[in-house]
Design a protein around this ligand. Structure first.
Ligand SMILES: Cc1cc2nc3c(=O)[nH]c(=O)nc-3n(C[C@H](O)[C@H](O)[C@H](O)COP(=O)(O)OP(=O)(O)OC[C@H]3O[C@@H](n4cnc5c(N)ncnc54)[C@H](O)[C@@H]3O)c2cc1C
Length: 228
């Protein structure tokens, strides 16, 4: 468990062939659900490393058959998956200041992009703005904190929509903090920033509107993935 309601699952291709994908892509799982076979998409949380493996992180949705199946899946089980799929990717090898904005498990493709970028020596300024309700809902905190400490080009900011009384850092929805963090990336004069936004439709739509309509950012600089 990465948090009280998010389970991380690691899979490996049964044929042992390297699983070739780009950071930010997703995989469609074909699951035996109570009403018959069903497909559910999950972003790849791990970075491409030439191995047969991949990891996903699944939020348990109340009454949701797909996420419940994956939360109950025993170790060693085999599932069918189709992929990789999707175009929510960040160009590799091209420096690009990036503002990653994710809520809940929407952070997973962003984690993959960040690990991939840092692993390939990308020194572009990168900021991750990660929104959840409670402190314990934050995923990969230790890893992200360590990465930000090791790489001066990575900044990690959390915002809580339901902060406890003793929380003195950022709070409120991610939308509250987007403009400030975008301007900070712009001020580094490293080229036009790009935004990578991932999570549920309400947040993604609202952040896109903020960037595109209120801040006038060009369409080609705003990339997004919706989970619902
Ligand atoms: C491209 C893509 C990538 C995705 N990647 C992930 C991922 O990495 N991790 C993940 O947990 N889900 C992810 N999803 C959502 C996932 O495919 C399923 O929709 C989710 O697991 C719910 O399926 P279910 O059968 O349990 O519930 P259903 O009965 O199908 O209920 C669906 C409802 O659950 C809600 N929901 C869906 N996803 C979430 C979520 N992550 N957090 C809270 N509520 C949610 C929505 O309101 C949606 O209407 C992704 C979806 C897409 C389209």
């Amino acid at each position: 468990m990465l948090s009280p309601n998010v389970r991380e699952l690691g899979f490996e291709r049964v044929d042992g062939v390297p699983f070739d994908f780009q950071a930010g892509q997703w995989v469609s799982f074909v699951l035996p659900l109570p009403d018959g076979e069903g497909r559910r998409a999950y972003s790849i949380a791990s970075a491409p490393d030439g191995s047969p493996g991949l990891a996903i992180a699944v939020t348990k949705v109340e009454g949701g058959p797909g996420s419940t199946f994956l939360h109950d899946l025993p170790e060693g089980a085999t599932v069918r998956a189709i992929g990789p799929q999707g175009f929510f990717t960040r160009p590799r090898g091209t420096p690009q200041p990036s503002l990653f904005i994710g809520t809940g498990t929407g952070v997973t493709p962003l984690r993959s992009m960040i690990l991939d970028a840092l692993g390939s020596g990308d020194e572009s300024p990168m900021t991750l703005l990660f929104g959840v309700r409670h402190p314990e809902d934050r995923l990969y905190v230790e890893e992200l904190t360590a990465l930000a400490a090791r790489h001066s080009n990575l900044r990690v900011e959390y915002t809580l929509s339901k902060p406890p009384g003793d929380w003195s850092a950022r709070h409120g929805y991610v939308q509250t903090h987007v403009e400030e963090l975008w301007r900070d990336l712009e001020s580094k004069n490293a080229g036009p920033p790009h935004a990578y936004v991932c999570g549920l439709e309400r947040m993604v739509g609202s952040v896109r509107d903020l960037l595109r309509k209120q801040m006038g950012i060009e369409r080609k600089q705003v990339h997004s993935e919706r989970y619902d």
